[in-house]
Ligand binder design. Sequence first.
Ligand code: URA
Length: 445
Amino acid sequence: MTIKSILRKKRDGEELNNEEIGSFIKSLIIGEVSDAQLGAMMMAIYINGLTEAETTHFTKYMINSGSTLSWPDEWIGRVVDKHSTGGVGDKISFSLIAVLTACSDVKIPMISGRSLGITGGTLDKLESIPGFKVGLTPSEILEGLRKNGCVLCGQTDDIVPADRLMYACRDETETVTNRNLINASIISKKAAEGLNALVLDVKFGAASTLGDVLEARVAAEDMVRAAHNVGIKARAFLTEMNDPIGRMVGNGLEIRETVEFLRWEDAGERTPDLLELVLTLGSHMLQMTNQVSSFSEGEQIIRQSLASKKALKAFENMLAFQGVPAEVAADLCEGKYDAVLPKATTTVVHHNGDHGYVARIDAAVIGHLVLELGGGRLKKTDKIDHAVGFELLKVVGDQVTLGDPWIVIHHNEPLSGSFVSRVQASLTTTKAISVRRNRVLEVVS
Ligand code: URA
């Protein structure tokens, strides 16, 4: 059996067996699969799909491509995580782990990823904070959990290295949106974390990786089943991803919005969807780890953790543990954004051309435009511009009059006319009153 023979089989639509998948992943890890061959495999899977058995084999070998984490006995039942299938403006993880570790005894060893297609990468966002280190060894992860209850780090040569390689390749080859690859990528990371419980944020809609709600529901059911098969209690939430989450899109800007949220100066009013997702996903994580007896109790202690600023402090502690100089972490959490976060050379405000109500801000368009500004990668060697992005001054449901400013573009390179017209076209207004809908549609368990 050679890599070429395995590729030929997948290219021709045949099912790969356990041995072939094991051999492919092992060869990948020892550097015997070229970039071209990995790209070809991802494309063949994208076109021909994976059967349930193939997905299970990929997941198993991806988990075992590196070390798996294990925890002290006294933590059993309390090791929990959340993972999203990827959205535009999705900054939920940062607030969620800060909030939960501040108000309970859960342990969150979150392993996340970089940008994937138009969805921003959790790790890229964190790297807009000077000094933040995303590569942790297993013993550093253990220490972080002992000290602060959480870490937020990436796949490494030690932990799920197969996912790190496949993930970067999928981003570069436009093969992100295959649901079996998404399933194997997410569940392999979560199993390697040695979790007891997992909440999945499965997005549906124009800017999601999974398409419409029917596709997302199938993917959610598959992922919950895959998590159960590796011994993790799991629940998935189908959440809408048509408009950007919150008001900021772009790496550094999303960190800024996270700190604004955790500072709780507006009690979550400016970003009700961010609050809704933190409350919903967080209260389920608390309930699944027996930290509370009801969701309403969960929501109550999450609100207290925000209002008391304990969550803000937990975020600051996590930053300091992961390499951010203590004074920089403190400045950021005091709201000194310009002193800490990268700033674009130019900001330009755009004005709305009509009276009415905001019905839609197309997150898929905004996600592509952030990529064009340099906030994402077209190929894996591209360097991210952490300063660029968009700030929404109006969101769905807001009333607008002619000439109202509605969006700020943060950029470092001149903008073309077509770029500006695509920004404008991402906004839809209607004469009829439009209302913001909840993000969470249903739970799959
Ligand atoms: N998050 C992941 O870790 N992998 C995917 O494929 C999609 C979202």
